[in-house]
Design a protein around this ligand. Structure first.
Ligand SMILES: C[S@@+](CC[C@H](N)C(=O)[O-])C[C@H]1O[C@@H](n2cnc3c(N)ncnc32)[C@H](O)[C@@H]1O
Length: 262
């Protein structure tokens, strides 16, 4: 990834939580509704443990964590976006649930943590943003202690394919010229090179979107919408899709949690 691409992520796409929030609406309004419970049930979060959240975004895991998650965790949050780190800090403090929290602007490939100090390192929907995901995994493995875990969430190739096809409409159905994001299948292969054992847990869901505005909000948050004239064409594509599907646009999605053990 060129520096300009990382700059785009830091200064435009993830400058503030608004775009991420627009996308999460689709999942929370139309999805299974148990994402955070599922994550909490499958990620090792030992009581009193030191947890590193890499690419923490606005800290949504911690603001939505079910009561089963021990409140005495020591949270260390990292993100390259200052706006995200600020939002995470503010939202987590407002909850008054977590009492040992430090959030800082840091790159996933250079975490300000001592080697073998962390019980669980998590990276939810972020590894695909790294120019060199293998270096990111190496760094996460470095900070994690011997019996600890590195929990990475990625999406399988072709997740939300119906939405990707819709987003291609303004380009005459051609594929987006940017490379496909790192899939969970590719992430698993990388993790198997770094860890002695990797467990895989899959989350399947189906979103039956009934309000076209939610779909437009999602599309408007994507990098393609930054190009002039694209949103107008996407709006027409959404209208046609809703007419075709008689008011309910269905999107199939999945995520995989890959848990690496050293
Ligand atoms: C899709 S968001 C996911 C946020 C959060 N983990 C969640 O699940 O809500 C990806 C996040 O990774 C951050 N990010 C991208 N590249 C990064 C890097 N090199 N180091 C640290 N964070 C990065 C972005 O700023 C963004 O907040």
């Amino acid at each position: 990834m060129a520096e300009s691409e990382q700059g785009y992520l830091r200064d435009v796409q993830y400058r503030f939580p608004d775009r991420l929030k627009a996308r999460s609406i689709l999942h929370t309004r139309y999805g299974r509704g148990d994402w955070f419970e599922w994550l909490a049930a499958n990620i090792p979060l030992p009581t009193g443990g030191l947890i590193a959240d890499v690419g923490c975004g606005a800290g949504s895991f911690w603001t939505n964590a079910p009561q089963s998650v021990p409140s005495d965790l020591k949270l260390r949050l990292f993100d390259i976006s200052e706006g995200m780190v600020g939002a995470a800090r503010t939202s987590i403090a407002a909850m008054q649930r977590w009492h040992d929290v430090e959030a800082s602007v840091s790159d996933a490939v250079a975490l300000p943590m001592a080697s073998a100090s962390v019980d669980t390192t998590i990276a939810v929907h972020m590894l695909y943003h790294l120019a060199d995901p293998a270096s990111g995994l190496k760094e996460m493995a470095r900070v994690t202690r011997e019996a600890g875990a590195v929990a990475v969430v990625l999406n399988p190739a072709n997740t939300m394919i119906e939405l990707s096809e819709l987003a291609r409409a303004p380009f005459g159905g051609e594929r987006d010229p940017r490379s496909e994001p790192l899939s969970s299948e590719q992430g698993l292969a990388l993790m198997q090179g770094e860890f002695t054992k990797v467990d895989v847990v899959r989350y399947d869901d189906e979103l039956r979107v009934t309000d076209p505005v939610d779909l437009l909000g999602y599309l408007n948050s994507l990098p393609i919408a930054d190009k002039p004239g694209v949103m107008e064409k996407l709006a027409i594509a959404v209208e046609e899709a809703f007419r075709r599907t008689e008011g309910g646009f269905t999107i199939t999605k999945a995520s995989e949690l890959l848990i690496g053990h050293k």
